[in-house]
Design a protein around this ligand. Structure first.
Ligand code: ZN
Length: 65
């Protein structure tokens, strides 16, 4: 039986399935430290400035809300 892994959206705080999440890696330019965060595609799009280009399809969820 496959266990569905869930993660927390870093913008709205709701949990979502890992397979539906966008992974955001943040890192410091001047250090080796980095951290992975997860979010809904639509939450990411909401917070990014409209002029920031997104080269990947992050909002392909089939949610109805
Ligand atoms: Zn979210």
């Amino acid at each position: 039986m496959k266990k569905l892994q869930s993660v927390m959206c870093c913008f709205c705080g709701e949990s979502l399935a890992h397979k539906d999440s966008v992974e955001i890696t943040i890192s410091m330019s001047n250090s080796e430290e980095s951290q992975g965060l997860f979010s809904h595609g639509k939450c990411l799009k909401k917070v990014l400035h409209k002029e920031v280009p997104i080269g990947i399809d992050v909002d392909n969820e089939n949610e109805t809300n």
